[in-house]
Design a binder for this molecule. Structure first.
Ligand SMILES: Nc1ncnc2c1ncn2[C@@H]1O[C@H](COP(=O)(O)OP(=O)(O)OP(=O)(O)O)[C@@H](O)[C@H]1O
Length: 342
């Protein structure tokens, strides 16, 4: 069942062209010269209830602008959005009851008071029944170790603690959908793991639909089945991580432990390229379209004595880098915004 529907969504921002020369600051007060910048360029997608979708793209791609439209903070220039049957910017109050939002760069908690005090205020704002509030708070204390810092003013919390406090705040009222904009930014490895476990848990146990923007590909690999890649306001890829690897993964790497050390001239490598050698261990790159891993291994085993081997998966980070790069090249050529075929 579709819970988020986006059709031909567009957001343009007007940017002032500043006047230069004498009395510029005064002349700018009456300046009406603008350029129009398209931050989100007619994107369409839908998300089913219970999905956990990664939304990634380079800096300035349009991720935050999309999230702000989906949460009702920004009004689209054109296009349609429906989230749980509501139009976010038109039905803001009802919409707020259905969604939770965490912006990694900016806390929603009151800076000078402890999180627990903010939670009490949110309980009143969202009219959360006592039993629901207590049940949720207990659960979040357990999953996010809130008790360690819930009585400390937010300004004194570490980034990881602040993010955990923010996540709990966003979910106290049992929303159906959670929008996370860079929830792991600047957080150390252990704290990231804790946040990921929590996000996975609320998605699987509570069936909360999650849309997550991040620059950390490990977040995507560990949490999401589906990802959307946006660049320059257009969606370049929408599909599973597996199909991304299969379609854009290109070369695979086969790591072989030989019985003896051979110099490169002694190696016979059909359909493979030697990319690294350390003693008896060699790394071979091969194109899976040309030869399957099992066939390559059989051929190599006929030619060399092999002690051990493994096939390395292409790293998602490098695939995504290539996709950003090709988007950049198309932009330079003036042919940007073509959606990649998958
Ligand atoms: N209020 C605004 N006024 C003018 N331009 C804006 C405004 N907000 C965003 N933009 C522009 O729209 C484009 C998309 O910005 P957005 O913040 O959505 O990118 P992003 O993908 O979230 O980037 P990042 O990963 O750096 O957070 C950028 O070129 C940005 O400069």
């Amino acid at each position: 069942m579709e819970i988020i529907q986006v059709h031909e969504l567009r957001k343009e921002f007007r940017r002032l062209i500043p006047k230069k020369g004498p009395f510029a600051s005064i002349r700018n007060l009456w300046n009406n010269d603008y350029t129009v910048h398209t931050a989100v360029n007619n994107i369409s997608f839908h998300i089913d209830k219970g999905e956990l979708v990664g939304y990634i793209g380079p800096n300035g791609a349009g991720k935050s602008t999309s999230i702000k439209m989906l949460t009702g903070i920004l009004v689209p220039t054109s296009g349609l959005i429906e989230v749980a049957g509501l139009v976010p910017h038109q039905q803001r109050k009802e919409h707020a009851a259905n969604i939770g939002v965490v912006f990694g760069q900016k806390t929603q908690l009151w800076w000078d008071i402890p999180p627990i005090e903010s939670y009490r205020v949110l309980k009143t704002i969202y009219k959360i029944p006592d039993a629901v509030y207590r049940k949720n708070l207990d659960r979040f204390r357990e999953l996010l170790d809130l008790h360690e810092f819930e009585n400390t003013p937010v300004r004194q919390l570490s980034l990881g603690q602040r993010m955990r406090a923010d996540l709990a705040a966003a979910l106290l009222h049992d929303p159906e959908i959670l929008f996370l904009d860079e929830p792991t930014i600047g957080v150390d490895v252990l704290a990231k793991e804790k946040l990921r476990t929590f996000i996975r848990e609320i998605n699987q146990d509570r069936k909360v639909t999650v849309l997550l923007t991040t620059h950390d590909m490990t977040d995507i690999e560990k949490l999401c089945n589906r990802m959307m890649i946006i660049d320059d306001g257009a969606i370049l890829y929408d599909g599973t991580i597996e199909s991304l690897k299969n379609n854009f993964g290109g070369e695979r790497v086969l790591v072989i432990e030989l019985e003896e050390t051979l110099n490169p001239q002694q190696l016979h490598l059909p359909f493979a390229r030697l990319i690294r050698q350390e003693g008896t261990r060699i790394w071979l790159s091969f194109d899976k379209e040309q030869i399957s891993a099992s066939r390559l291994i059989t051929e190599l085993a006929d030619l060399h004595r092999i002690r051990d081997l493994s096939v390395e998966e292409p790293e998602i980070e490098s695939i995504v880098r290539q996709i950003y790069q090709s988007g950049l090249e198309r932009k330079k050529e003036g042919t940007h915004a073509a959606v990649l075929d998958i």
